[in-house]
Design a protein around this ligand. Structure first.
Ligand code: ATP
Ligand code: MG
Length: 235
Protein backbone atom coordinates (compact mmCIF):
# COMPACT_ATOMS: atom_id res chain seq x y z
CA UNK A 1 0.00 0.00 0.00
CA UNK A 2 2.81 2.37 0.89
CA UNK A 3 6.42 2.45 -0.15
CA UNK A 4 9.05 4.94 0.95
CA UNK A 5 12.03 4.96 -1.34
CA UNK A 6 15.15 6.69 -0.09
CA UNK A 7 13.11 9.49 1.53
CA UNK A 8 14.95 12.43 3.06
CA UNK A 9 13.73 15.52 4.88
CA UNK A 10 15.73 18.53 6.01
CA UNK A 11 14.63 21.42 8.19
CA UNK A 12 17.15 24.03 7.13
CA UNK A 13 20.50 22.44 7.95
CA UNK A 14 18.98 19.72 10.15
CA UNK A 15 18.70 16.36 8.42
CA UNK A 16 15.68 14.89 10.19
CA UNK A 17 15.40 11.73 8.07
CA UNK A 18 18.11 10.44 5.79
CA UNK A 19 17.30 8.00 3.01
CA UNK A 20 14.50 5.98 4.58
CA UNK A 21 13.13 2.85 2.89
CA UNK A 22 9.92 1.40 4.24
CA UNK A 23 7.07 -0.78 3.08
CA UNK A 24 3.57 -1.13 4.47
CA UNK A 25 1.52 -4.01 3.13
CA UNK A 26 -2.27 -3.89 2.82
CA UNK A 27 -3.98 -4.88 6.06
CA UNK A 28 -0.81 -4.88 8.17
CA UNK A 29 0.19 -2.98 11.28
CA UNK A 30 3.69 -1.60 10.90
CA UNK A 31 5.46 -0.05 13.86
CA UNK A 32 8.00 2.75 13.57
CA UNK A 33 9.93 2.96 16.79
CA UNK A 34 12.67 5.31 17.96
CA UNK A 35 13.85 7.65 20.70
CA UNK A 36 13.05 11.37 21.04
CA UNK A 37 14.17 13.26 17.96
CA UNK A 38 14.82 10.14 15.86
CA UNK A 39 12.58 11.46 13.07
CA UNK A 40 9.37 9.48 13.65
CA UNK A 41 6.95 12.40 13.43
CA UNK A 42 8.84 13.79 10.46
CA UNK A 43 8.33 10.45 8.69
CA UNK A 44 4.56 10.22 9.27
CA UNK A 45 4.04 13.93 8.63
CA UNK A 46 5.87 13.49 5.33
CA UNK A 47 3.61 10.58 4.37
CA UNK A 48 0.59 12.78 5.17
CA UNK A 49 2.04 15.64 3.12
CA UNK A 50 2.34 18.03 6.07
CA UNK A 51 6.11 18.05 5.50
CA UNK A 52 7.78 17.82 2.09
CA UNK A 53 10.49 15.30 1.28
CA UNK A 54 13.48 16.83 -0.52
CA UNK A 55 14.84 13.47 -1.55
CA UNK A 56 13.33 10.13 -2.54
CA UNK A 57 9.81 9.08 -3.43
CA UNK A 58 6.60 8.08 -1.66
CA UNK A 59 4.40 5.56 -3.44
CA UNK A 60 0.81 5.02 -2.31
CA UNK A 61 -1.18 2.28 -4.06
CA UNK A 62 1.43 2.36 -6.81
CA UNK A 63 1.36 6.11 -7.42
CA UNK A 64 4.11 8.58 -6.60
CA UNK A 65 2.37 11.01 -4.22
CA UNK A 66 5.50 12.92 -3.16
CA UNK A 67 4.22 16.15 -4.66
CA UNK A 68 0.56 15.77 -3.69
CA UNK A 69 -1.07 18.30 -1.37
CA UNK A 70 -2.28 16.99 1.99
CA UNK A 71 -5.98 17.29 1.10
CA UNK A 72 -5.45 15.11 -1.95
CA UNK A 73 -3.74 12.46 0.15
CA UNK A 74 -6.64 12.55 2.64
CA UNK A 75 -9.12 12.12 -0.20
CA UNK A 76 -7.08 9.19 -1.47
CA UNK A 77 -7.39 7.49 1.92
CA UNK A 78 -4.42 8.55 4.06
CA UNK A 79 -5.37 9.85 7.51
CA UNK A 80 -3.16 10.98 10.35
CA UNK A 81 -3.70 11.27 14.06
CA UNK A 82 -0.91 13.68 14.91
CA UNK A 83 1.36 13.58 17.93
CA UNK A 84 -0.08 15.22 21.01
CA UNK A 85 -3.71 14.54 20.05
CA UNK A 86 -4.39 18.04 18.64
CA UNK A 87 -8.04 18.05 19.48
CA UNK A 88 -9.96 21.32 19.85
CA UNK A 89 -10.49 21.56 23.63
CA UNK A 90 -13.13 24.30 23.47
CA UNK A 91 -15.29 22.42 20.94
CA UNK A 92 -17.61 19.58 21.83
CA UNK A 93 -16.63 15.99 21.12
CA UNK A 94 -19.20 15.91 18.33
CA UNK A 95 -17.89 19.11 16.73
CA UNK A 96 -14.35 17.73 16.87
CA UNK A 97 -15.60 14.77 14.83
CA UNK A 98 -17.39 17.09 12.39
CA UNK A 99 -14.11 18.95 11.89
CA UNK A 100 -12.47 15.61 11.12
CA UNK A 101 -14.83 15.36 8.16
CA UNK A 102 -13.82 18.72 6.79
CA UNK A 103 -12.98 17.36 3.35
CA UNK A 104 -16.45 15.82 3.11
CA UNK A 105 -18.43 18.79 4.36
CA UNK A 106 -20.47 19.00 1.19
CA UNK A 107 -22.17 15.72 2.02
CA UNK A 108 -23.33 16.59 5.50
CA UNK A 109 -25.99 13.91 5.91
CA UNK A 110 -23.56 11.14 4.98
CA UNK A 111 -20.93 12.62 7.28
CA UNK A 112 -23.32 12.69 10.25
CA UNK A 113 -24.28 9.08 9.59
CA UNK A 114 -20.62 8.04 9.60
CA UNK A 115 -20.02 9.94 12.83
CA UNK A 116 -22.96 8.05 14.38
CA UNK A 117 -21.41 4.78 13.24
CA UNK A 118 -18.05 5.63 14.76
CA UNK A 119 -19.72 6.69 18.01
CA UNK A 120 -21.56 3.36 18.10
CA UNK A 121 -18.21 1.61 17.89
CA UNK A 122 -16.65 3.90 20.50
CA UNK A 123 -19.47 4.38 23.02
CA UNK A 124 -17.43 6.62 25.30
CA UNK A 125 -17.56 9.27 22.56
CA UNK A 126 -21.32 8.92 22.25
CA UNK A 127 -21.69 9.31 25.98
CA UNK A 128 -19.57 12.48 25.92
CA UNK A 129 -20.73 13.81 22.54
CA UNK A 130 -21.89 17.18 23.87
CA UNK A 131 -19.11 17.69 26.37
CA UNK A 132 -16.18 19.99 25.62
CA UNK A 133 -13.29 17.86 24.38
CA UNK A 134 -10.88 19.58 26.78
CA UNK A 135 -12.77 18.05 29.71
CA UNK A 136 -12.13 14.45 28.56
CA UNK A 137 -9.48 12.31 30.21
CA UNK A 138 -6.19 11.81 28.36
CA UNK A 139 -7.21 8.37 27.15
CA UNK A 140 -10.60 9.61 26.00
CA UNK A 141 -8.93 12.48 24.13
CA UNK A 142 -6.67 9.98 22.39
CA UNK A 143 -9.69 7.88 21.40
CA UNK A 144 -11.28 11.07 20.04
CA UNK A 145 -8.12 11.87 18.08
CA UNK A 146 -8.18 8.41 16.48
CA UNK A 147 -11.93 8.64 15.82
CA UNK A 148 -11.41 11.99 14.12
CA UNK A 149 -8.89 10.45 11.77
CA UNK A 150 -11.35 7.65 11.02
CA UNK A 151 -14.05 10.10 9.89
CA UNK A 152 -12.09 10.62 6.69
CA UNK A 153 -12.69 6.89 5.96
CA UNK A 154 -9.02 6.10 5.54
CA UNK A 155 -7.39 3.08 3.97
CA UNK A 156 -4.11 3.90 5.69
CA UNK A 157 -4.16 5.21 9.24
CA UNK A 158 -1.09 6.96 10.63
CA UNK A 159 -0.97 7.07 14.44
CA UNK A 160 1.77 9.20 15.97
CA UNK A 161 2.46 8.08 19.56
CA UNK A 162 -1.09 7.17 20.60
CA UNK A 163 0.18 6.10 24.03
CA UNK A 164 1.99 9.37 24.75
CA UNK A 165 1.41 10.56 28.30
CA UNK A 166 -1.17 7.90 29.13
CA UNK A 167 -1.29 5.63 32.17
CA UNK A 168 -0.91 1.92 31.37
CA UNK A 169 -4.61 1.18 31.83
CA UNK A 170 -5.54 3.88 29.31
CA UNK A 171 -2.86 2.68 26.91
CA UNK A 172 -4.50 -0.73 27.00
CA UNK A 173 -7.85 0.83 26.15
CA UNK A 174 -6.39 2.71 23.21
CA UNK A 175 -4.52 -0.37 22.00
CA UNK A 176 -7.70 -2.43 22.15
CA UNK A 177 -9.19 0.02 19.65
CA UNK A 178 -6.15 -0.16 17.38
CA UNK A 179 -6.30 -3.95 17.54
CA UNK A 180 -10.00 -3.93 16.61
CA UNK A 181 -9.28 -1.63 13.65
CA UNK A 182 -6.57 -4.04 12.53
CA UNK A 183 -8.89 -7.03 12.71
CA UNK A 184 -11.41 -5.11 10.60
CA UNK A 185 -8.71 -4.87 7.94
CA UNK A 186 -7.33 -1.35 8.44
CA UNK A 187 -3.73 -0.76 7.40
CA UNK A 188 -1.91 1.08 10.18
CA UNK A 189 1.42 2.78 10.70
CA UNK A 190 1.96 2.96 14.42
CA UNK A 191 4.62 5.33 15.75
CA UNK A 192 5.84 4.70 19.27
CA UNK A 193 8.81 5.36 21.51
CA UNK A 194 8.48 2.12 23.42
CA UNK A 195 8.10 -1.40 22.12
CA UNK A 196 6.17 -2.77 25.06
CA UNK A 197 2.65 -2.41 23.67
CA UNK A 198 3.38 -1.74 20.02
CA UNK A 199 5.20 -5.03 19.44
CA UNK A 200 2.24 -7.05 20.63
CA UNK A 201 0.06 -5.86 17.74
CA UNK A 202 2.61 -5.18 14.98
CA UNK A 203 3.31 -7.40 11.98
CA UNK A 204 6.56 -5.64 11.16
CA UNK A 205 8.84 -3.15 12.91
CA UNK A 206 11.26 -0.45 11.75
CA UNK A 207 13.70 1.00 14.26
CA UNK A 208 14.69 4.60 13.57
CA UNK A 209 17.82 6.20 14.98
CA UNK A 210 19.04 9.68 14.08
CA UNK A 211 16.96 9.70 10.92
CA UNK A 212 18.00 6.28 9.67
CA UNK A 213 16.45 2.82 9.81
CA UNK A 214 18.97 0.80 11.82
CA UNK A 215 16.96 -2.38 12.24
CA UNK A 216 13.81 -3.95 10.80
CA UNK A 217 11.94 -7.23 11.00
CA UNK A 218 9.07 -9.08 12.57
CA UNK A 219 8.72 -8.30 16.28
CA UNK A 220 9.54 -11.87 17.29
CA UNK A 221 12.69 -11.86 15.13
CA UNK A 222 14.17 -8.59 16.39
CA UNK A 223 12.98 -8.39 19.98
CA UNK A 224 16.26 -9.83 21.30
CA UNK A 225 18.51 -7.88 18.94
CA UNK A 226 21.10 -5.88 20.91
CA UNK A 227 20.43 -2.87 18.67
CA UNK A 228 16.96 -2.75 20.12
CA UNK A 229 18.22 -1.26 23.35
CA UNK A 230 16.33 -1.51 26.58
CA UNK A 231 15.20 2.09 26.07
CA UNK A 232 12.85 0.97 23.32
CA UNK A 233 11.57 -1.94 25.29
CA UNK A 234 10.32 0.37 28.00
CA UNK A 235 12.30 -1.42 30.64
N1 ATP B 1 9.72 22.09 12.23
C1 ATP B 1 10.97 21.77 12.54
N2 ATP B 1 11.98 22.65 12.36
C2 ATP B 1 13.27 22.32 12.65
N3 ATP B 1 13.64 21.12 13.14
C3 ATP B 1 12.68 20.22 13.36
C4 ATP B 1 11.31 20.48 13.08
N4 ATP B 1 10.59 19.39 13.40
C5 ATP B 1 11.48 18.49 13.85
N5 ATP B 1 12.74 18.98 13.82
C6 ATP B 1 13.97 18.25 14.19
O1 ATP B 1 14.05 17.08 13.40
C7 ATP B 1 14.49 15.97 14.18
C8 ATP B 1 13.44 14.87 14.17
O2 ATP B 1 12.27 15.32 14.86
P1 ATP B 1 10.92 14.48 14.94
O3 ATP B 1 9.91 15.34 15.58
O4 ATP B 1 10.61 13.91 13.63
O5 ATP B 1 11.37 13.30 15.93
P2 ATP B 1 10.48 12.24 16.71
O6 ATP B 1 11.15 10.92 16.50
O7 ATP B 1 9.07 12.35 16.34
O8 ATP B 1 10.69 12.67 18.24
P3 ATP B 1 9.68 12.57 19.49
O9 ATP B 1 9.74 11.17 20.00
O10 ATP B 1 10.26 13.54 20.49
O11 ATP B 1 8.32 12.96 19.03
C9 ATP B 1 14.78 16.53 15.56
O12 ATP B 1 16.16 16.82 15.62
C10 ATP B 1 13.96 17.79 15.64
O13 ATP B 1 14.52 18.72 16.50
MG1 MG C 1 7.35 12.72 17.38
Amino acid sequence: MLLLENVSVKYGAIEAIRGINMEIKVGSVVCLIGANGAGKSTTVNTIAGLVRNQGGKIFYCGEDISRWETYKRIEAGIAISMEGRRIFPDQTVYDNLLLGGYTRRKKMRELRRDIDQIMDKLPILKEKANQLAGTLSGGQQQILAIARALIAKPKLLLLDEPSLGLAPILIKEVYKIIKDLHSEGMTILLVEQFAQYAFSISDYVYVLEHGKIVLEGKPEDIKDDPRLTSAYLGE
